[in-house]
Design a protein around this ligand. Structure first.
Ligand code: ARG
Length: 259
């Protein structure tokens, strides 16, 4: 995770971002600190990346890379406003002993690559390129299933779909092309389907450890559905970061270590 010390909305690269609207970086830090404490209270280790002034989206660590079995495929951002983040995160991985591959094609890390037990679900349409899906499959060694996003409000896969455990996902069908909806129905017949209202409060931008699921309190229907499915939903409030189009999942990058 990376604290939102320098958080701001100074450019618009997704429809949530309105640079004219005021932001409150200290409030963003308070909300983010709460998320971090909740993860630690659940028994997870949280490593920190030092924030860099002038990189206001750096708090969205999920975008920086995808890590499977200790192998790292680093991100390559679509927009130049974020490309300054690439070397900072790559260096963090290198300094912490992870072999890093610098990407050839545009991929925005776990924003578009979601790792399940047996495959990687990979988004495309707004940010990550199709060619990057092949690159991820080759480098990370898991089969990749490509999914096309069609609604600009859900520009990253992790704004429209969350992996809950090795077999279970939840998603908002309206964010996907008809063909991708069919693929999701086929692969995950018992998935939790979210409505637009829960998706719009970033209810699908959730962090799950297989039992505990951190998601916005405002996603009331999803909270109920998760409870019914046997998960333990835990409410988080990251409304300040939503002004940049981000939520809980965007703030965390999972370090899947070597087995
Ligand atoms: N402002 C950032 C962007 O548009 C938000 C990134 C959110 N991260 C995520 N994993 N969905 O790139």
């Amino acid at each position: 995770m990376c604290p939102p010390t320098h958080f701001d909305v100074t450019y618009a690269i997704n429809p949530w971002m309105e640079p004219d609207k005021p932001t409150d970086a200290p409030l963003a830090v308070v909300q983010w600190e709460r998320l971090r404490s909740q993860l630690i209270a659940l028994g997870h280790r949280v490593d920190l990346v030092l924030p860099v002034p002038g990189l206001p989206d750096m708090v969205f660590a999920a975008n920086a890379a995808t890590v499977v079995g200790g192998r790292v495929l680093a991100a390559r951002y679509r927009y130049p406003q974020r490309s300054g983040e690439e070397p900072v995160y790559r260096n963090w991985f290198a300094e912490h002993g992870y072999p890093v591959r610098a990407a050839r094609f545009v991929n925005e890390g776990e924003g578009d690559f979601l790792v399940t037990g047996e495959r990687i679900l990979a988004g495309t349409g707004f940010r990550t390129e199709r060619r990057a899906h092949d690159e991820a499959q080759e480098h990370l060694g898991l089969p990749v299933v490509g999914l096309t996003l069609v609604d600009p409000y859900f520009y990253h896969l992790d704004t429209a779909l969350a992996v809950l455990d090795h077999e279970t996902i939840m998603y908002y069908p309206g964010a996907f092309s008809k063909r991708s909806q069919a693929i999701l129905r086929e692969l995950y017949p018992s998935a939790i389907r979210a409505g637009r209202a829960d998706a719009e409060v970033f209810g699908l931008n959730a962090v799950s450890d297989g039992r505990n699921v951190l998601l916005p309190t405002q996603a009331t229907r999803l909270v109920e559905a998760l409870r019914r499915a046997g998960f333990n939903p835990i409410g988080v409030d990251l409304t300040e970061l939503l002004k940049a189009g981000g939520g809980a999942k965007c703030c965390t990058l999972e370090l899947r270590e070597r087995k």
